[in-house]
Design a protein around this ligand. Structure first.
Ligand code: ADP
Length: 867
């Protein structure tokens, strides 16, 4: 491969050589020719300028001379008389007095003659520098060689076969009066031309003055080579000749040319150098080309090798084709071409497959799009840039009422947007354009009023999505009929007014217990809380808010603000993190309850008093016994003391009896006080058995009167109940007294009253059973009605009050009765929670009898009736 690369490089280099030879040589020649002629031209101009400059120097020096003081003095008219014919004085051996050596000082060749001419043009004096005689044209009157008026004149004249420079200037005295003229004559010969060109002619080029008419050289700076008198045509073979006219020197008596000669040899040498240079360049270019081309070919070939190897692997791996050519060697380009053909055919096949697949996908996409358009719940309308409808889905047909075929091509705004909302729609379109240009999302959307085909106006929400197609921007409008939503919103707004119009305070607080909403009726409550809308709830309700949000439960609590009592209902909305507070002014309710409680207590007391009135009778009788015993013992003792018969032991015994009886009387009185006393209900944990024993104690007198005894079948263990001791005693006393009343009708000896206590899970039970006449079935329903009584002195309030008391204690009471057999009243109460305390209380005897000093573990003021 490297050999092929080098060969190709060589061939390419050769081709470059040939092409450059053909193209570059000619171009270089052309450029060189142009350059040469320009340089020659320039060279000739420069020579002419120098020549001209040299002559100007003579003119300047002549003027200097003419103005010289010495010359003006010399030409004083005293010496020269007008009209006088004189022979001019010729100085040929020495320089005259009036002629200082200005020319030598200015590095100019000395003039051959300097003539002093008087004001009439007569030559008066001549200075002659060499042997050459004054040309005949300058003898006698020389007026034609003098400048007109004050002007000085420089003329290239031809006298005989020789050119001369003739410079004239007027000589004036100090007052500006013309005294005469000075005429300087310089032969323009080889020396003159050499001096004018200076060192400039060192390159073997020459200059000459040529007679234009004769085309003959008059003077040259190299007279040996370019002999004066020879024709110009003789030199065109050996020199490149450039002639320029000298129009500046008017007044000349011949037609002259200034000619520059450049030897052809120099030109040939220069062009030879250029050709050599160009050849070298061509060689270098060709060599560089060979090197670069070889390198490039080599690199490409190496790269190609790699590519081929990689392609072999690729074909095997990706396309599964074998390309044995690469392994077998040979021309890689041919192999590559083969491979490419094979590869191209495979690619074409793959492309065809892809096209089919793509078409299939496109069809599927189209079908999907059509299905989406069909199934969309929103109306989808597509507009072109001009706002005309180009697509309209079935929902749009249904919602907007137009047939797809009819609406396509019409202006959407005019057909579907109500006139008052058209500006909004146009604004939305512009907004969607702006967002589309900036690539912003979400798309522009708004609500406006649309018109149906039948002219009905209805609210819609429209969203515009601009879509950039290849050559156009279209707009897809998603239109949603929001009639229902608007109605719902109106309804919600209406419903929302419930809260604001409610006469009771309604508030909403957030998770941080800050008031986020409060209706007008909440103002007094908020003021009493010393907070405001947006402010925090009072500290005491923050925990309630947290609890309600945590467990989702509803809580109702009273808030006693002194003058007003509110019932607050905390209802959490967990999903929103809010708690709604519904407040109710329950001041009146609570007052009524308070009053009713008071009334009830008073009623209970009245009842008790009535009961006690009867009990007290018995008790008073009972009191008689200890009192008369005391009297007896006291009388006996005093008698013995008076008689002195009483020994100490007897007296002490009497005293002991007296004090025992007095204690008994005191206890009876205490019981009475306890029953009759009016006090606040107090709850305490007491043993139910103890209460039963107490009540039996109260009625001892009555049982004794009936000649019977109450049978107590009490539970072996204490039964703790959390009750108001006095009230439950009243209930039990009431039941026992009713039973005793009933038993009055039974014969003595056959009377039985059994009080039993029992305990089951969490319930304490008392049964009061008598074997009285029983209660007729028709009365059973009325037993607990107020004022129902069958007794002459009865009030009919015992059982209703018992029922109320038990309900307050979460207890129950019921009656079972059978005529002729007896009656059972069954009372149930909840067992006290703090059972341990009741257990510790030990024997019932330790229990207090009165409520003034109850043995208590905890006591609290009851709320409501009792709880
Ligand atoms: P009062 O005792 O003043 O009549 P109560 O409400 O205590 O009022 O009793 C209402 C009525 O129930 C009694 O008048 C009586 O007829 C009837 N009653 C109550 N207890 C018994 C009982 N143990 N046996 C028969 N009747 C009874």
């Amino acid at each position: 491969m490297p050999v092929i690369a080098i060969l190709i490089g060589l061939v390419a280099g050769l081709a470059v050589w040939v092409v450059l030879d053909q193209v570059q040589s000619r171009a270089v020649e052309r450029i060189f020719g142009r350059e040469l002629s320009m340089r020659l031209d320039l060279r000739a101009r420069e020579s002419l300028i120098r020549f001209d400059q040299y002559m100007t120097n003579y003119a300047a020096t002549t003027r200097l001379l003419a103005n010289h003081r010495r010359l003006a003095q010399y030409l004083e008219p005293l010496f020269w008389f007008p009209g006088e014919e004189v022979d001019p004085i010729v100085y040929d051996e020495f320089r005259p007095f009036w002629l200082p050596d200005f020319f030598g000082r200015n590095a100019l060749l000395a003039p051959s003659h300097v003539l002093l001419v008087d004001s009439r043009g007569q030559v008066r004096e001549v200075y002659q520098a060499g042997d050459a005689p004054l040309p005949p044209e300058l003898q006698g009157n020389v007026a034609q060689w003098l400048g007109a008026g004050d002007d000085m004149q420089t003329v290239l004249a031809r006298f005989g076969d020789r050119p001369y420079l003739v410079v004239s200037d007027q000589v004036e005295d100090a007052g500006g009066y013309t005294m005469g003229s000075l005429l300087v004559v310089v032969p323009v010969d080889a020396d003159f031309l050499t001096a004018s060109e200076g060192s400039f002619s060192a390159d073997r080029s020459a200059v000459a003055l040529v007679d234009a008419d004769e085309q003959r050289i008059l003077a040259s700076n190299e007279p040996q080579r370019l002999m004066p008198g020879t024709a110009l045509s003789e030199w065109t073979d050996t020199y490149l000749v450039t002639s320029q006219s000298l129009p500046a020197y008017e007044g000349s008596n011949w037609n002259m040319l200034f000619t520059t000669f450049i030897p052809q040899q120099i030109v040939a040498k220069m062009s030879g150098k250029v050709v050599d240079f160009e050849r070298n360049q061509r060689l270098i270019a060709a060599l560089v080309f060979i090197a670069v081309f070889t390198l490039v070919i080599y690199l490409v070939s190496a790269r190609l090798n790699k590519v081929l190897k990689r392609m072999t692997r690729f074909s095997q791996r990706a396309l599964g084709i074998e390309q044995p050519g690469f392994q077998r060697g040979g021309n890689q380009l041919v192999l590559l071409e083969e491979w490419m053909q094979h590869f191209t055919s495979l690619v074409l096949r793959a492309r065809e497959e892809m096209r089919r697949k793509h078409e299939h996908e496109m069809r599927e996409t189209e079908a999907l799009k059509a299905a989406i358009m069909e199934a969309s719940l929103d109306s989808i309308v597509t507009l072109n840039r001009a706002g005309s409808v180009i697509d309209y889905n079935p929902t749009a047909e249904r919602t907007l009422g137009f047939d797809r075929q009819t609406i396509i091509g019409t202006d959407f705004v005019r057909a579907h947007v109500s006139p008052t909302h058209r500006a909004i729609f146009v604004g939305l379109l512009q907004e969607s354009n702006r967002r589309g240009n900036l690539g912003e999302r979400p798309h522009a959307r708004t609500e406006l009023e649309a018109i149906r085909a039948d002219g009905q106006v209805f609210p819609i929400e429209v969203s515009i999505v601009p879509i950039e197609l290849d050559n156009e921007r279209v707009y897809t409008l998603y239109i949603h009929d929001i009639t229902k939503r608007k109605e719902t919103e109106r309804e919600i707004k209406g419903l929302a007014r419930f809260a604001s119009e409610s006469p009771s305070p309604i508030l909403r607080v957030n998770g941080a217990a800050r008031i986020v909403y409060a209706n007008a009726a909440s103002q007094p409550l908020i003021a009493a809380w010393q907070t405001r809308l947006g402010g925090p709830l009072p500290e005491r309700w923050c925990g309630q808010v947290r609890r309600a949000l945590q467990d989702g439960g509803t809580y109702e609590e009273d808030d006693d603000l002194g003058a007003t009592i509110y019932s607050l209902l905390f209802v959490p909305i967990q999903e929103l993190g809010y708690v709604n507070i519904y407040a109710r002014d329950i001041t009146a309710v609570r007052r009524a309850e308070q009053e009713s409680r008071q009334h009830q207590a008073e009623l209970v007391h009245v009842c008790r008093l009535s009961t006690m009135g009867e009990v007290a009778t018995g008790m008073a009788h009972e009191l008689n016994q200890p009192l008369s015993a005391i009297v007896n013992y006291a009388n006996g003792a005093s008698r013995r003391l008076k008689s002195g018969s009483g020994d100490n032991e007897t007296l002490v015994d009497a005293m002991t009896h007296i004090s025992g009886q007095a204690r008994r009387a005191g206890e009876i009185i205490k019981r009475l006080r306890a029953l009759v006393g009016k006090q606040q209900p107090i709850r305490s944990v007491v043993d139910l058995n103890y209460l039963v024993r107490e009540v039996c104690g109260f009625v001892e007198f009555e049982t004794a009167k009936l000649e019977m005894q109450i049978e107590q079948r009490l539970w072996a263990e204490p039964i703790p109940v959390d009750v108001d001791l006095v009230q439950i005693e009243q209930v039990l006393l009431n039941l026992v007294r009713n039973a005793l009343d009933a038993l009055e009708e039974c014969p003595v000896g056959g009377r039985s009253l059994v009080i039993s206590t029992r305990r089951t899970d969490g319930r304490a039970m008392v049964g009061v059973r008598d074997n009285g006449p029983g209660i007729p079935a028709e009365r059973m329903d009325q037993l607990f009605d107020p004022f129902f009584t069958t007794k002459e002195s009865g009030m009919g309030m015992g059982l209703p009050i018992s029922l109320t008391i038990l309900e307050d204690h979460q207890g129950t009471i019921r009656a079972e009765s059978e005529l002729g057999v007896g009656t059972l009243f069954h009372v149930e109460l909840p067992v006290a929670v703090s059972e341990a305390v009741a257990g510790q209380q030990g024997a019932p005897e330790a229990q207090p009898v009165t409520a003034e000093a109850p043995v208590r573990t905890e006591r609290r003021m009851a709320e409501g009736m009792h709880g």
